[in-house]
Ligand binder design. Sequence first.
Ligand SMILES: NC(=O)c1ccc[n+]([C@@H]2O[C@H](COP(=O)([O-])OP(=O)(O)OC[C@H]3O[C@@H](n4cnc5c(N)ncnc54)[C@H](O)[C@@H]3O)[C@@H](O)[C@H]2O)c1
Ligand SMILES: [Zn+2]
Ligand SMILES: [Zn+2]
Length: 389
Amino acid sequence: MIAMNYRGPFRIRTERNRPEPEIMHPNDAIVRVTRSLICGSDLHLYHGMVPDTRVGMTFGHEFTGIVTEVGEGVQNLKVGDHVLVPFNIACGACPFCKQELFGNCHESNPQHTAIGGIFGYSHAAGGYDGGQAEYVRVPYADVGPTKIPAGMNIEDAVMLTDVTPTGYQAAEMGGIQKGDTVVVFGAGPIGIMAARCSWLFGAGRVIIIDHLDYRLEFAKKYAMCEAYNFKEMHDPVVFLKRTTDWFGADVCIDAVGCEAVGTPSQDITGRLFLQAGSATALNWAINSVKKGGIVSVVGVYGMPWNMIAMGSVLNKGITLRANQASVKRLLPRLIEHVQNGILDPKGLITHRIPLEEVNEAYHIFSAKRDNCIKPLLIPPTATRELIAA
Ligand SMILES: NC(=O)c1ccc[n+]([C@@H]2O[C@H](COP(=O)([O-])OP(=O)(O)OC[C@H]3O[C@@H](n4cnc5c(N)ncnc54)[C@H](O)[C@@H]3O)[C@@H](O)[C@H]2O)c1
Ligand SMILES: [Zn+2]
Ligand SMILES: [Zn+2]
């Protein structure tokens, strides 16, 4: 089959003769991928920021597919079902899954206890191959995969595997109260979706911060929010304090993670791995939230050593909330929101690219070329189906 193949930082190849995955456990299913996406999280892998990312791995944790084979233990899926597959691999039975913390499963990642399994996300996240391929093995197939509701657009469905729940959970973790001012750092797909979802929780004012004007323009329209370029400010923290009567925002969301730019000392120490990437957006969030406010972190930090303004967290009495999104927990509500037209996830997709050109797709998304917000990959079999339809 055709699959994306990681060859080292900034090097990706299309592999044409990769063996198709096989059932390895009675609870596995095999799906033929119909759509997959590239995520900002994949860029951390692509840039060599995630430990134990092995050459030869296939990335991709956001995908839909048609079930082609099920293990003998699988009860909820049958061959031919068209499913969307949450990015978290979860057993459904451990104490954390029982609390619906599906991103924190204790069983699905044999390599580490800090993080559950994730498709195509290094051996630190379990070493599972991902969905930027024609076929994927899906473990615990009765738990994650969810049948795509009749009538749902496939592009909306694939956007429910990560971006929509992550943006929604970012707003949810912010504990937004009616009328609150919410500041979102990062106008990538996740930040834009978090800004959009903040209104659903009752925000009175939503501000998004980035340094890419095309993304800020996009966010302004898509999320109906204020959008500002931090490169045009002397200091984004002072700017945000000034615009909130010097109190600070009620809620700040970090939708950037460990590759933030904007503070030279963080950039240099991050690039030299003196810390685990740069924590600029997180520090801006901590410093511009009000005393007693909440900072919600969905931007990914891989390794645990970062230079974070812990003194401000303590002295300001900030609540810091963070997690991988718990996709399965949020799906029922988000499917409803999509069906009722409250959310339009496919509206974030700007590029539709054949899987065979995955290398170019990574380059466009990583270099933020061509006004790219979110690139979708279409495997050759799915392209043929599209042409035939
Ligand atoms: N927690 C989860 O479950 C989860 C799920 C998906 C993605 N993520 C993470 O969310 C983050 C965003 O993902 P994405 O797909 O939107 O990525 P992306 O790379 O498309 O967007 C990141 C944006 O942040 C901007 N940025 C850089 N430095 C900044 C700064 N100092 N202040 C404000 N903006 C800054 C960039 O210009 C870019 O537009 C990534 O870290 C990704 O790994 C987390
Ligand atoms: Zn993702
Ligand atoms: Zn579990």
